[in-house]
Design a protein around this ligand. Structure first.
Ligand SMILES: [Ca+2]
Ligand SMILES: [Ca+2]
Length: 217
């Protein structure tokens, strides 16, 4: 139990500081650094937000199907604290005069990391992608996770509240067919988090993320 506590402590510290401890051995670790400029120790590279000594099998497979430019630019983003801010998703942005009614999207994304689980510790490995958007109370967002469903390549999506609300789940979409969809009307003004992950740590797939905002009624 003590080791688990230490591990979780290190993982959560790492999420904030970007530190890395190779002594964790079998447990991959969240890459440090900033979006598009991940940092890993000597001999390790950032794949799907994890510092690994070699690319997971899905990596070349997925990036063979799609170019992963946008995903690479947004990693590391495996924890909410490292969420990537959606384009025009911040509070005030003079470059985004059209906040409402415009569909935005990222298309070259992927869930692909080294799968591992430790159910006893409640640890879930693999790539997770977090994005964030600042919503005003009453604004609505429609989000579509676009992907081709296959057994073993099942992606799920959740909308989470901010840290103050303990990342509470606001909505989820876990279908077993193509795509996931969430629509939500904000009940507070502040950051909202989108979580994309495989149904299990070994479910990998390429995807696109689309979203549209509607003004408060
Ligand atoms: Ca990713
Ligand atoms: Ca990720």
């Amino acid at each position: 139990m003590k080791r688990i506590f230490i591990l979780l402590t290190i993982v959560s510290m790492g999420a904030l500081t970007g530190c890395y401890d190779p002594s964790l051995g079998e447990f991959p670790f969240v890459c440090g650094g900033a979006h598009g400029n991940p940092e890993c120790p000597e001999g390790y590279n950032c794949y799907g937000g994890q510092c690994l000594s070699k690319a997971p099998a899905c990596y070349s497979e997925m990036f063979g199907l799609i170019r992963g430019d946008e995903d690479k630019d947004f990693e590391p983003n495996n924890v909410p604290d490292l969420a990537y801010t959606l384009v025009c998703g911040d509070e005030i942005n003079p470059n985004c005069p059209l906040r409402y009614g415009v569909q935005q999207q990222y298309v070259r994304l992927v869930i692909c990391g080294e799968a591992f689980t430790d159910p006893a510790a409640g640890i879930y490995g693999g790539d997770r992608d977090y994005y964030r958007i600042y919503l005003n109370n009453g604004e609505s967002i429609a989000i579509t996770l676009v992907y081709n469903y296959q057994m073993g390549r099942d992606l799920d999506m959740r909308l989470l509240a901010d840290r103050e609300l303990n990342w509470a789940q606001l909505k989820m979409s876990q279908s077993t067919n193509d795509n996931e969809e969430i629509t939500h009307t904000a009940e507070y003004t502040g950051w909202h988090f989108i979580e994309i992950k495989g149904k299990t740590p070994s479910d990998n797939n390429g995807y696109a993320l689309q979203w549209t905002l509607t003004a408060a009624q």
